[in-house]
Design a protein around this ligand. Structure first.
Ligand code: MG
Length: 221
């Protein structure tokens, strides 16, 4: 069992499903040659993929091209289904910083075959989470900046106001497709600048006023 922790609080939440949005920044969709979606593109990661700040990201044996995707995370605090925008906003109780690590070579092959992306997105250590900041302590303004550095060099740097679907719209949309429950975590998509990570790289991922995580990369032996 893994738990999402809330900063400056004893509270923690058993992690449920991780629901991820793809192609939520136009410039990122374009850099991978994808169309800009008409509605959120959704996929799932298992909680077994979760690691935290300071832990090692492991490139699996079956991939030679694992990419970093820095993302804003939403922690769901109550069960919702077919929610309104107001109910969606209320259901999010905390914000976090995350990495959606992706085996891009595997994903590209699966996409070509028309198969699900699962294998490229669900490997162990592919979901990196910070501790969460409760909404009582900080509510999003909308211009927070996501920054990702590899070995000190900035690779991703974008305001969250460049999202195609904002965080409330994402939660509302997902709640119409499946029940969201306490402990579920939403990955809201990555801005442009994704790229390959290598063994021994140090990845620093930060969102203004939310937090920062630092993770080293190793290769599965
Ligand atoms: Mg992503």
């Amino acid at each position: 069992m893994k738990f999402a922790k809330i900063k400056n609080s004893e509270k923690k939440y058993e992690i449920g499903k991780l629901v991820c949005v793809g192609r939520n920044y136009a410039e990122h969709a374009q850099e991978l040659g994808n169309e800009i979606p008409e509605f959120p593109l959704v996929f799932i990661k298992p909680s077994s993929a979760v690691i935290f700040d300071g832990e090692e990201i492991v490139i699996p044996k079956f991939s030679n091209e694992v990419h970093h995707e820095a993302e804003l995370l939403l922690l769901i605090g109550k069960k919702i289904k077919n929610a309104t925008i107001e109910e969606s906003e209320e259901a999010v109780i905390a914000f976090g910083v995350g990495l959606d690590m992706t085996a891009r070579d595997v994903q590209d092959q699966l996409k070509k075959k028309g198969h699900p992306w699962t294998i490229s997105k669900c490997f162990d250590t592919s979901a990196v989470l910070s501790d969460f900041v409760s909404k009582e302590n900080y509510n999003l303004i909308g211009n927070e900046v996501i920054t990702l550095k590899v070995n000190g060099e900035i690779k991703q740097n974008s305001s969250i106001d460049k999202m195609i679907f904002n965080w409330k719209e994402i939660v509302k949309f997902i709640s119409h497709e499946m029940t969201l429950e306490e402990g579920d975590i939403i990955f809201t998509g990555t801005p442009k600048g994704v790229g390959k990570v290598l063994k021994d790289d140090v990845i620093e991922t930060e969102i203004t006023n939310i937090g920062k995580i630092t993770n080293k990369v190793k290769k599965e032996s």
